[in-house]
Design a protein around this ligand. Structure first.
Ligand code: SF4
Length: 291
């Protein structure tokens, strides 16, 4: 992987020992922030917050990314597997409900080294855009308790427009199918194993959302489906005028009503009041920033 990286479906072939790949990552992990995050689904954040580790870089790079500075690898500090293991321990000591790896798929080999050094005592959550190869997911699977995958786009035209990747669903469909097969388990109100598939409704994309819901319903998986209405204009969207507004109540209602009638039983719904920049992770005193 290091000399000619083909870890993710982008297969950019970068020599990560001497350069950064299309995801912005070199051979050494970079972490931008870590801390206790209260805005995940209630069964993930629970009382103390999710022990979130935000990695720098991203292989998908949506133009409207709500973590833009992180996904473009503009911020972050290099961390060795030993240091990341130390961050896991630190989050446990802070009272984190789980260790939540956010957009870490371009660092799978480094994560495997980290888990060999220290395996957290609390559940490990894998939070991903789902533009993943199955081989990478399988390699990591025994260390992951809860999957938190996004299912972003159904239409190749839409994914090509917002990420440059027409094959998003081709890969994400298989990846989410794999992750969604994990049966949910709870300890009290806390999910300790399972999968929550997330979907963010975009302006003018309600039909794409409905395709995704239909596809997910047909899987008959035990996973939860989390519908999010928090889209906030952000990132490099000057060339995409349709992304310059939030979704309307009418757009959200159309998708929500379809979801409620889809036969999917385990659902999280985010209210539209969540459409605020407060949900773009900035952080408070409980967060360590590694810039
Ligand atoms: S993980 Fe990064 S470096 Fe590797 S193929 Fe994907 S984009 Fe390229």
């Amino acid at each position: 992987m290091n000399r000619q990286c083909k870890l993710c479906p982008a297969e950019c072939g970068a020599d990560r020992t001497t350069e950064n790949g299309a995801c912005g990552a070199s051979n050494t992990m970079r972490v931008a922030k870590y801390g206790l995050h209260p805005y995940e689904e209630p069964c993930i954040s629970c009382k103390n917050g999710s022990g979130t580790v935000f990695f720098s870089g991203c292989a998908l790079r949506c133009v409207f990314c709500q973590n833009f500075e992180l996904s473009r690898a503009r911020v972050g500090q290099e961390v060795t597997p030993e240091r990341l293991a130390g961050i896991f321990r630190e989050l446990e000591e802070m009272g984190a409900e789980n260790i939540n790896l956010v957009t870490a798929s371009h660092y799978v080999p480094q994560l495997l080294k980290t888990f060999a050094i220290y395996r957290p005592k609390i559940p490990v959550v894998y939070n991903t855009h789902s533009y993943e190869k199955l081989e990478a997911l399988r390699a990591l699977d025994r260390y992951i308790d809860v999957y938190l995958p996004d299912m972003k786009y159904f239409s190749p035209k839409i994914s090509a427009r917002y990420t440059g990747k027409a094959d998003y669903f081709e890969y994400a469909g298989e990846a989410v199918k794999f992750m969604a097969s994990r049966a949910p388990q709870f300890e009290g109100d806390k999910m300790v194993a399972g999968c929550i598939v997330r979907h963010l409704v975009l302006p003018l994309c309600t039909n794409d959302s409905i395709e995704i819901i239909q596809w997910f319903a047909a899987l008959h998986s035990p996973a939860y489906f989390s519908l999010m209405g928090q889209y906030t204009p952000y990132g490099e969207i000057e060339k995409f005028p349709e992304l310059s507004r939030r979704i309307t109540p009418r757009e959200y209602k159309k998708v929500r009503d379809f979801l409620l009638g889809s036969g999917i039983e385990n659902i999280f719904l985010q209210e539209l009041t969540a459409a605020d920049t407060q949900f773009i992770p900035d952080f408070d005193e409980k967060t360590k920033t590694l810039f």
